[in-house]
Design a protein around this ligand. Structure first.
Ligand code: G3P
Length: 239
């Protein structure tokens, strides 16, 4: 007779709970990405043609190196203007590593390329330069893995970029089968990060220099110093 299966007291999680939000590094700096990856706190990387152009490195070599540093998606943007060019370039980028997400701009040509690259070639696609809810709606319709609304650049025009995140979240919520993740970009301050989280963004991509600003607080530093001073005065050690 088979022994009874011992039921675990704590229900086993079918899979680990979804993180509250994913953090991506918005950078092509190998050193910064390596340092951030070592913290275990980043889930991917985004790049854009400006960064890659300024890096002075061939894009395929640079993206290939970045893809070795993180397991999560690494966005690499096409440069072509037509759907045909974007598909050709996207397929080349997609071959660099399994975790490449091909970035295409939110244009008619980009949306068509998104549909082809995602549905016919099975590639992750990040539709970028999103500045309106209707653009985000079409990106989802085109099968985007990610849509990248630019918060900071709307703020630059005295338009609340976080309102866009709230609108997209509300619209996407009306269609439960929709799988496009809201990858909030052009995020430049800790308040932007808090606002994105409050608005329900799925992912926030940050310049490396913003990460420490999320952690540092003078009262934390002051409190820790006081704890350590009192601990030292007590003469104890943990061993
Ligand atoms: O990848 C998009 C992001 O890098 C743009 O940020 O600050 O140039 O608007 P920003």
């Amino acid at each position: 007779m088979q022994s009874p299966v011992i039921q675990p007291k704590v229900p086993l999680l079918a899979e680990p709970p979804q993180s509250v939000i994913k953090f991506f590094a918005d950078s092509t700096s190998i050193e910064d990405i390596r340092d951030l990856a070592a913290t275990g706190l980043i889930d991917g990387v985004t790049t854009n043609p400006s960064m890659v152009g300024k890096s002075g490195r061939p894009i395929l070599e640079l993206i290939g190196e970045i893809c070795q540093l993180v397991e999560g998606p690494v966005s690499a943007e096409v440069a072509g203007a037509t759907c045909k060019e974007m598909v050709r370039e996207g397929r080349i980028l997609g071959k660099v590593a399994p975790n490449v997400a091909v970035k295409v701009p939110l244009t008619w040509e980009g949306l068509q390329a998104c549909g082809i690259l995602s549905r016919e070639h099975g590639l992750m696609v990040n539709v970028t330069l999103c500045f309106s809810a209707n653009q985000a709606l079409l990106a989802a319709k085109a099968g985007a893995t990610f849509v990248s609304p630019f918060v900071g650049r709307l703020d630059d025009l005295n338009i609340d970029g976080l309102d866009l995140i709230r609108e997209i979240r509300a619209i996407y919520g009306n269609y439960p089968a929709l799988r496009t993740e809201i990858l909030c970009a052009s995020v430049r301050t800790p308040n932007h990060v808090k606002g994105v989280a409050l608005a329900g963004g799925d992912i926030v991509t940050l310049p490396p220099e913003v990460f420490p600003k999320l952690v540092d607080h003078p009262l934390t530093e002051k409190g820790l110093a006081a704890f350590m001073a009192d601990w030292a005065a007590g003469g104890q050690s943990i061993k």
